[in-house]
Design a binder for this molecule. Structure first.
Ligand code: ADQ
Length: 742
């Protein structure tokens, strides 16, 4: 309201000032014009009058003043007239002129002295008159003049009427302009501004969606940009604050090494925990004259190692390094990790035959392809099966030896190499709490049913108290397999199996890596430049992808490379710019199926590189050797994308390792829907690795994904992994074991 009043007053003032200026100017010119006109007209009429009535004047007696009557003067519109002789003064006077004459004497004298006719405006008691002194130039007459008076009041009246007219015009103009301005302000400015204010309020309280719902007012566009920037910054700050608050709260709930340690003390009390696996966590190998200790490329080792490090205990595994025997004590034991000695590793020595038949044969030519749907046919040989039983018994013996003086020990058996172990242990030690975790998928009953010893395997597993898989889907497949092939009771309500009086619980425990709140929050060093990493291999590229796999047929390496080929065919602009680094650890290379896949993969790499390569650039960099985690990390940290194309995979920890490395919350994960990890990592671009077109398009999508979107997805996945890290995995299994009543 105040604005409106001020606006109206200002408009009235400004228009009034202008009107006054113009009017004053107009009046001054008009007055000048009227005066000149009056003067000219008076002179003209005086001349006409003079000629008509004074031209015969020569002698005093020939001049008849009586002829100058009022009516004659009125004909000429004079207000008065007088004739004046210098020596005798006034000689004739029209009575109307009488009141004026005394004001004219000086002026008459001036005209006579100047010997020139003159006119002048005069004001007598508020009356305006024009006096004109007309000299009579007759030689025989003394200096004489006729004085004409003409009414000049009409000029003042005209001036007044101009003032009045202009005042009315000013008033109307000011009124119209004020009304129009008020309307413009109200509808054109205040109303949109009010809408903007409402929008700003909504943005302040609302979410990012509100930003898009801004009122469409063109002249406010620059303002929107500024407000949007401020609002976005505010929202980000709010999100960070919320996240920090949430982290503080969840921080206490996130599992850590220390927390697991405490939990273990409570759960185990004085009881021992024994982990059994085929693959050992540390291998000692000869490197020249020295002995080197290496961590093998294994998802199971990646997951189990932090748990043993946190809680101590005993790990029983096959010695497979060529310097393993030299590094154990007389009980075949060694403290690991080297120089830290957090737990004990007991090595089991297998003969070459045992290794060939139990490990390569039954485990990896039989069970591995049986459980992975990767279209490699499983091979079942009776001899392999015999050795499988033998080695399981060998391990059972070792475990029983270790627990002979221990009450209610916790035994955690790892993987498909030891399906018979739970029963072998439980038969001897019913008080032991025995769990087996199956790190690979479990197929449907029809697929598993082709195994000639399926019942023995199932009975062996069900001899234990707890069977863990990565996903509920694998649990369901297992329970259906039991249902269709064993005489038992599957209790679907609590996912358990009853054989005789013994119950076995079947539960999903999605495995993970060591990734705590500290890791989540820490920025572990500067990110390497991918160009620098590639330069070390003599290559130059702007974008880099990474893949880390054991070299096996289930990892979908050929499908991955076909997708890279298709990507470069379809999106030729990326040729010379994108290189995919594939780190591949040779694995089970004594097996024909693995030797075949190795050479097939190498052939594909060579073919595709040959097809596209140019100077200093090739599409695929194939690094076929075991790398330490420290060597892999720079690639994880700096790659634009990580691509996992497993044809079937229990979990896939590479996906989680890549995410854990992205402390900058950037980068994109392309993940096969057939890997267990795809159930948890919803921020990944999920693909079907058999669909080459889709995978090729995902590479493009990943490389072109805006940073903001990458950040949102990456943060989401990092939080998932933090919330479900390997410590929470271990605590879940141990708690489940602790609840078992023997
Ligand atoms: P893996 O089949 O071995 O594990 P994955 O889970 O991906 O597969 O783990 C592989 C591990 O080996 C990772 O820690 C990775 O860093 C490491 N690795 C891979 N290539 C390497 C290389 N060239 N050099 C050094 N290290 C390398 C099995 C199942 C998975 C399941 C895990 C855990 O097949 O489905 O996720 O067990 O349960």
């Amino acid at each position: 309201m105040k604005i409106n009043l001020a606006l109206v007053i200002s408009i009235i003032g400004a228009v009034g000032l202008l009107a006054f200026g113009f009017t004053a100017f107009q009046i001054s010119s008009e007055r000048q014009l009227l005066n000149t006109e009056l003067e000219t007209k008076t002179i003209q009429e005086s001349e006409v009058f003079y000629k008509a009535h004074f031209s015969q004047i020569g002698k005093e007696d020939s001049f008849h003043f009586k002829d100058i009557t009022d009516s004659l003067i009125a004909q000429y519109r004079f207000s008065g007239l007088a004739v004046y002789y210098n020596n005798d003064s006034l000689v004739a006077l029209n009575p109307a002129a009488e009141p004026y004459l005394k004001y004219s004497t000086d002026y008459i004298a001036q005209a006579l002295a100047a010997d020139s006719s003159m006119g002048n405006l005069m004001s007598i008691h508020g009356k305006k008159l024009y006096e004109y002194i007309r000299l009579i130039n007759k030689r025989d007459l003394p200096e004489s003049a006729i004085i004409f008076y003409v009414d000049a009041d009409y000029i003042s009246n005209i001036v007044k009427s101009i003032w009045l007219r202009n005042f009315i015009r000013w008033f109307l103009q000011a009124l119209v302009i004020s009304v129009v301005t008020l309307l413009v302000v109200r509808w054109g400015i205040l109303a949109p501004l009010n809408r903007v204010v409402e929008w700003v309020k909504a943005v302040r309280f609302g979410n990012a969606d509100q930003l898009k719902k801004r009122p469409r007012i063109n002249f406010l566009e620059p303002l929107y940009k500024e407000i949007s920037g401020i609002a976005q910054a505010m929202q980000e700050a709010k999100a960070i604050a919320q996240e920090e608050a949430q982290l503080r709260t969840t921080g206490e709930a996130v599992w850590t090494h220390e927390r697991l340690n405490e939990e273990m003390k409570q759960v185990l009390q004085d009881k021992i925990m024994v982990v059994v696996s085929n693959r050992e966590p540390y291998m000692h190998v000869h490197a020249g004259k020295e002995i080197k200790c290496i961590v093998p490329a294994s998802g199971m080792v990646t997951a189990m190692e932090p748990i043993l490090k946190a809680c101590g205990g005993l790990w029983i595994a096959s010695g497979s390094g060529d310097a393993d025997r030299e590094t154990v004590d007389k009980h075949d034991k060694v403290q690991v990790p080297p120089y830290e000695g957090k737990y004990t590793l007991r090595r089991i020595w297998l003969t070459r035959e045992q290794e060939n038949h139990y490990y390569y044969g039954f485990s990896n030519e039989g069970l591995w392809p049986l459980c992975h749907i990767a279209h490699t046919r499983p091979i079942f040989r009776k001899e392999d099966w015999d050795y499988y039983q033998e080695v399981n018994e060998l391990y059972a013996k070792a475990v029983l030896e270790e627990i002979k003086d221990q009450e209610e020990p916790f035994i955690l058996v790892q993987d498909y190499h030891f399906a018979l172990l739970p029963k072998l242990i439980k038969d001897q030690r019913p008080d032991a709490k025995v769990a087996i975790f199956w790190h690979i998928p479990w197929p449907n009953p029809e697929s598993f049913g082709i195994c000639p010893w399926q019942r023995e395997l199932l009975r062996g597993m069900l001899g234990g108290d707890l069977i863990g898989f990565h996903t509920q889907f694998h649990c369901n497949n297992f329970l259906e397999t039991v249902n269709t092939s064993l005489e038992s009771r599957v209790i679907w309500e609590n996912f358990s199996v009853k054989i005789g009086n013994h119950f076995t619980l079947v539960k999903p425990f999605p495995i993970s890596i060591s990734f705590t709140l500290k890791d989540y929050e820490s920025d572990d060093g500067p990110k390497e430049d991918p160009a620098e990493l590639l330069k070390q291999h003599g290559l130059h590229a702007q974008y880099m992808g990474i893949g880390v796999d054991r070299l096996g047929y289930t990892k979908g390496l050929i499908e991955k490379f076909l997708a890279i080929e298709r990507f470069l065919e379809k999106y030729a602009g990326y040729r010379g710019k994108f290189t995919f680094v594939q780190i591949a650890a040779p694995s089970r290379s004594l097996l024909k199926s693995y030797a075949d896949i190795t050479s097939a993969v190498e052939n594909e790499v060579n073919r595709i590189n040959w097809k596209f390569k140019s100077k200093n650039w090739q599409p695929i960099l194939f690094l076929k050797r075991h790398h330490s985690h420290e060597e892999i990390k720079p690639y994880y940290k700096s790659a634009d994308l990580c691509m996992i194309t497993s044809l079937h995979d229990g979990m896939n920890l590479v996906a989680k390792e890549f995410i854990a490395s992205r402390s900058g919350n950037d980068g994109v994960l392309i993940l096969s829907r057939f890997a267990g990890a795809s159930q948890e990592l919803h921020g990944a671009l999920i693909i079907n690795p058999y669909d080459v077109e889709q995978t090729a398009d995902s590479i493009k999508e990943a490389l072109e994904m805006p940073k903001l979107q990458q950040g949102q997805k990456m943060k989401l996945m990092r939080r998932v992994i933090m919330g479900h890290n390997v410590y929470s995995w271990a605590s879940n299994i141990l708690r489940a074991m602790a609840t078992i009543q023997n």
